[in-house]
Design a protein around this ligand. Structure first.
Ligand code: PAF
Length: 293
């Protein structure tokens, strides 16, 4: 595993692999790796000849009131964890390598990037789409791996790649969870023991929302009010947002059809904002009743 801090030597190394006909998979991260990231790496290693993991805390996706400096970093531990996998390159550039001059070109996916999380974090997804485009241009991967947990980010990147004809397959990797259902996140370590215990209400509410959708509930309000009641019954949970959207477009819907829907939730536990999601689709009537079709 080779560590690169500069673009030019990474490009040179990858060019040799590309010329040898090898496929390249990239796993973009902001570091502070946990088992969720390692699942992405595992999948990339299984599917691509060469794997690049990028570690870069991207300043342009943090708003002026968001604490970029407080974002956890531990490159030494990240490298140690990656050493257990046949990862070829780690790209961990300093900020001046990625943003060495004032930027004039940005990638903005609109209106997808302005809704939901984009409404409360204006500019966040412009920063994400721009840095991911830069990383794609640097690595020129065949495949790129993203977690389903950040579902809006995943949807935006899929849309960006489609609209801009980027020749990259976006691979969505299911959310990794603790045994009690909590989705893995770098933020979980900041939860107090009581908030950690309470945080399982999110996956429990998603389970219930999924159950209603799969059993054929058509009214989004019924699904959302059931989930809301469950979350609000937990006094430590500060519900920030709860949405049911078309899973492919994130459009709001009046009625649940046979298309998959995304259930999206964000909630505060103390100071920590947790985000979770579930994609659900109505089961066929025979699957609902257990009868033969
Ligand atoms: O999901 C993340 O860790 C970041 O948003 C990403 C995709 C690496 C871009 O900085």
């Amino acid at each position: 595993m080779q560590l690169f801090e500069r673009i030019a030597p990474l490009r040179a190394a990858l060019k040799a692999h590309r010329l040898a006909g090898e496929t390249i998979g990239v796993v973009p991260t902001m570091g502070y790796l946990h088992a969720g990231h390692l699942k992405l790496v595992e999948r990339a290693v299984a599917e691509s000849d060469r794997v690049v993991v990028t570690i870069f805390v991207n300043p342009t996706q943090f708003g002026p009131n968001e604490d970029l400096d407080a974002y956890p970093r531990d490159l030494e531990s990240d490298l140690k964890q990656l050493a257990d996998f046949p990862v070829d390159c780690v790209f961990a550039p300093p900020v001046d390598e990625m943003y060495g001059r004032p930027m004039q070109a940005f990638v903005d996916v609109k209106p997808l990037g302005d809704i939901l999380i984009g409404e409360v974090r204006p500019g966040h997804f412009r920063g994400v789409a721009t840095v991911v485009t830069k990383l794609f241009n640097i690595v020129q991967p065949d495949r790129a791996y993203f977690g389903e947990k950040d579902y809006q980010q995943l949807t935006i990147i899929r849309r960006m790649v489609a609209d801009l004809e980027m020749p990259i397959e976006i691979v969505a990797v299911p959310t990794v969870r603790e045994a009690d259902g909590l989705a893995l996140s770098s933020r979980n370590v900041r939860l107090s023991p009581k908030d950690r215990a309470a945080s399982t209400v999110l996956s429990a509410a998603l389970d219930e929302g999924e159950r209603l959708v799969t059993m054929g509930e058509r009214d989004p309000h019924v699904v959302l009010s059931t989930m809301r009641a469950l979350i609000e019954a937990e006094p430590r949970a500060g519900l920030q947002s709860l949405d049911l959207r078309d899973a492919a477009t994130l459009d709001a819907i009046d009625r649940i059809s046979d298309r998959p829907v995304a259930l999206l939730v964000t909630a505060n536990f103390g100071e920590v904002l947790l985000i979770d999601q579930r994609v659900a689709a109505r089961k066929s009537r025979s699957a609902q009743t257990g009868e033969c079709p």
